[in-house]
Write a protein that binds this ligand. Structure first.
Ligand code: IPD
Ligand code: CA
Ligand code: CA
Length: 276
């Protein structure tokens, strides 16, 4: 039986290697998306009628995976559109090739490419690319967060009354949806500035990192929705956890509560005390 590689023997994925590969992969996906946006988007439904997938989703994921495999054929890939054979590598790329598909399918120009890298279950790199605004949010563990190369930081908002928040809805329109609507009302009763539903969780998290939003919550997201954004946010001084205030799992869906850090416990307490 082949001996499992020790972490010390794995060629390190340094910051420069991560950024150049992740941005080349995001460029390839962004180009596909912009060309479909210009020429016309076609889609079909997945789980339910409003859970759409476009040709751009699948082609973008294929382009990202092809770019990664050119340099690192043995790395694991955890992507939204395809299931990939598990390898013995300690590295896993967590990919949402197009976050905001419903927006994209309607020509609403708010969507992103999200690419994260984990080693043995720890996030080390994240990149979120907004092809329409040409903004790239990125982070490498321990070295801060950036937007187009400029350092970014979370807001210093300390009162919920000064907060602009974001949330997300679901493909299943069940009790989670009803609870989210109740929570929106509970938060508005605190006198907050407002709540936005952008349709891209990756950008919601990046926007908290950039100080544009102060907090975000959603009941059920997949790791590919939040992995890159969560690292970017924590490197910008913020926090992203489950609603139970535990670390976000990187191998299964979970709830999420994210903020600039200052508002974390206030947000948590309003959500937890909101009547079910
Ligand atoms: C969706 C977006 C949206 C969130 C949904 C996600 P998709 O991802 O991130 O903001 O509210 O829960 O599924 O399907 O567009 O990749
Ligand atoms: Ca997504
Ligand atoms: Ca997606």
């Amino acid at each position: 039986m082949q001996k499992r590689k020790e972490i010390g023997t794995i060629p390190p994925m340094d910051k420069t290697t991560f950024f150049s590969l992740a941005s080349a992969a995001a460029d390839a996906a962004a180009e596909i998306q912009l060309s479909y946006l210009k020429e016309g988007v076609t889609y079909h439904s997945k789980s339910v009628r409003h859970d759409r997938v476009t040709q751009a989703d699948t082609e973008s994921e294929a382009a990202i995976v092809e770019r990664i495999r050119r340099d690192f054929p043995d790395h694991n890939i955890y992507g939204e559109e395809e299931e990939y054979r598990k390898t013995r590598s300690d590295y896993t790329w967590i990919i949402d090739p197009l976050d905001g598909t419903n927006n994209f399918s309607k020509g609403f120009p708010f969507f992103a490419v999200s690419i994260a890298l984990s080693v043995n279950g720890n996030l080390i790199g994240g990149l979120v690319r907004d092809p329409v605004r040409n903004e790239t949010f990125s982070a490498y563990r321990g070295t801060g967060a950036y937007c187009n190369g400029e350092s970014i930081h979370c807001s210093e908002t300390v009162n919920l009354q000064d907060a602009l928040l974001a949330t997300g809805f679901y493909y299943d329109r069940d009790s989670r949806m009803e609870q989210t609507l109740r929570e929106i009302s509970c938060l508005f009763r605190q006198g907050i500035v407002g709540i936005r539903r952008t349709g891209s969780a990756a950008l919601d998290l990046s926007y908290i990192a950039a100080g544009r939003f102060d907090g975000f919550w959603e009941f059920r997201l997949h790791p590919w929705d939040f992995a890159a954004g969560a690292l970017i946010l924590s490197e910008a001084g913020g926090m992203a956890e489950t609603r139970e205030l535990t670390p976000l799992p990187l191998d299964k869906p979970s709830s999420i509560l994210a903020s600039n850090g200052y508002l974390h416990s206030q947000l948590h307490s309003v959500l937890e005390t909101c009547p079910a």
